[in-house]
Design a protein around this ligand. Sequence first.
Ligand SMILES: [Mg+2]
Length: 227
Amino acid sequence: MKYDWIFFDLDNTLIDFNIASKKAFFSLMDSHGIPRADALYPLYQQINFEAWKDFEKGKIDAITLRSRRFKDFYFKTGYKDIDPLESNSTYLSFLVDYTTTLEGAIDLLNHLKGNVKLAAITNGLKEAQRPRLSRLNLTPYFDAIIVSDEIGFAKPQKEYFDYVMKETNQPSRENTLVVGDSLHSDIQGGNNYGIPTCWCNLFGQINKTGIVPNFEINDLSSLKALL
Ligand SMILES: [Mg+2]
């Protein structure tokens, strides 16, 4: 094995986010008797995206992030009496329930376990990230788990990777591989830090960013050949 450590992103790399998030969102709508309409989810996604962007720029804190995405959504859709913070909790608990592993993830982790050390490097909220790993019985595969919301830094920030390096006992960067689906957080983060990167492009994204990974895979089983 060429590498001592693999730093795995979780959402849309090893575990599904897209399907679980949509199901969780509509279960939340159902719980408030809001009729299911196709346009609601893209609206929520846009608002959520803007809220995360402001959070990443330091304009809002983590508590405001939790309430704002639903507060703005209910404001725009006219359901102003629903408690946004409570909706956030309900959504996250549905998200935990609905999350599944992506195709080939368990097989890959079984192949790697014992041959290389594994860290989970994930941007997300603490109510969701470890509970989802635990529900999917994935926790024992990882020698380190670093959740952005728990430490106050997020990929691609240098401080996030400093923290990961400390948690993994400062492995040599060239013998470490970052694997993730996000060019802006995973690949840019690894590139900036001098760690080789593998873009896990499972959903046929087109790279228009100018951010260049060392490797690209289109299914998880292909990672084995790179190691
Ligand atoms: Mg991801």
